[in-house]
Design a protein around this ligand. Structure first.
Ligand code: SAH
Length: 397
């Protein structure tokens, strides 16, 4: 559609600064008026109080009212979306991901980091899982699925839409998950040579925690001859890297029985009849009540304890308590890999919570590595909020 015909959104005076620095969000409080009320998911033109063009974005009702898809005044046609998807694919190609024979699972589109705010696409050995976080990206899902096929060609066998839990529940749409294009047969993917059965229909997120790929690899470097606890294991990603790295034993723990079932199936795919591995369904805080001197490598990769700002304080408390439990009980000379994937928890806040946990334990704790998300989860330099995964590798004397 011709970009001149989109509804116009005028901002209040002085509210254009962040857009001029290419930050892609317009908060509802910055809006002065519309020329005509946009529908949810519709593209709008954002104009400053001085009548300057600022950008074109998807409108929706909520705190983030507009997500900018173009800072240029250009037509938003199929070619525009094709080029966006193509540059996301080219980035992955340029960092070597597409040609890695050991890995065929990665993030293909990472929202703002790929100039496509509101959209996540993960790639699973031929199947793309499409997850819209904005109404605008949901409404164009069929078009984008088709264009993704144009970009990837034979590399794509299916696109599955899994947006039912990521769209604002107040919106007047009833998303149904399902295939947008093609149908997958193959549901086994490879990461660092390990195979994983991925269940994008029933599984958590898009089916796999793609963002821990590099950190899993680092775990294998620290695993030799160690007894490993992989807490919050989901489908067992860290466990298999620990086993690849010659861990003595690996215990995978998750509160979800479905996750443990997946882990067990994945053990069969990679380490059949390997007696080093055990999996347990248990709550983290219960399991860690009494693990004194049982492990010398502990991985803590909990779900986002804070999903919004209001939950920040209790989340920081939970990180502190969880980490304290690990520091108090790990064997001397042990290693803790600890993570936070909460977007609202900053790197410094997380580090402080871990620091407080260390102080409670009274142990000597040293930071060996500071970890983040991998390169297929790029952070738009103008949108620092995109940096969400934080991790520390710690040595406990
Ligand atoms: N480390 C995983 C991803 C972890 S996601 C990977 O590499 O794939 C967080 C996991 O924590 C989920 O599988 C969820 O089921 C589990 N979980 C949530 N609350 C929990 C709790 N209180 N105790 C144990 N596991 C929990």
């Amino acid at each position: 559609m011709n970009n001149q015909l989109f509804p116009i959104v005028w901002l209040k005076p002085k509210k254009e600064q962040s857009l001029k620095r290419f930050h892609p969000w317009v908060f509802s409080g910055a809006i002065h008026s519309f020329d005509k009320e946009p529908e949810e998911g519709e593209l709008v033109r954002v104009i400053s109080s001085q009548n300057e063009f600022l950008g074109i974005g998807h409108f929706q009702i909520g705190s983030i009212a507009i997500r900018i898809v173009s800072f240029q005044d250009i037509e938003i046609d199929d070619d525009f979306w094709f080029r966006k998807l193509q540059s996301a694919v080219i980035l992955r190609k340029n960092i070597g991901l597409l040609d890695d024979p050991q890995t065929n699972v990665y993030r293909l589109v990472h929202g703002e980091g790929d100039g496509l705010p509101g959209l996540i696409i993960d790639y699973y050995n031929g199947t793309a899982v499409y997850q819209a976080h904005s109404i605008g990206m949901y409404l164009i899902r069929e078009k984008l699925a088709r264009l993704l096929h144009d970009v990837l060609g034979k590399g794509l066998v299916a696109v599955y839409d899994k947006s039912d839990k990521t769209l604002p529940f107040k919106a007047d749409i009833e998303p149904q998950n399902g295939y947008l294009w093609g149908k997958s047969i193959e549901k086994v993917v490879r990461e660092h040579g390990n195979q994983f059965k991925v269940d994008w229909v029933e599984g958590q997120k898009t089916g796999f925690f793609v963002d821990q790929r590099e950190n899993r690899k680092l775990v294998s470097d620290f695993s030799n001859n160690r007894d490993v606890l992989n807490m919050f294991c989901y489908s067992g990603g860290f466990s298999f890297c620990a086993m690849q790295g010659n861990a003595r034993l690996v215990h995978s723990v998750d509160a979800s029985s479905k996750a443990i079932e997946l882990t067990r199936q994945n053990v069969e795919l990679n380490f059949k009849n390997d007696s080093r591995h055990e999996a347990y369904v248990a709550d983290a805080f219960d399991f860690m009540r009494d693990i004194k001197n049982r492990y010398d490598l502990i991985i803590l990769d909990p779900p986002a304890f804070a999903k919004h700002r209001g939950a920040l304080r209790p989340a920081l408390q939970a990180y502190k308590r969880l980490n304290a439990k690990a520091f108090e009980q790990i064997r001397s000379g042990g290693i803790v890999f600890t993570f936070s994937c909460s977007q609202v928890v900053s790197k410094d806040q997380f580090r402080e919570a871990v620091f407080s946990g260390a102080a409670i334990s009274g142990r000597q704790v040293k930071i060996l590595h500071q970890l983040t998300q991998p390169a297929d989860h790029p952070i738009d330099i103008y949108h620092p909020e995109g940096e969400y995964l934080k991790g520390l590798v710690l040595y406990v004397d």
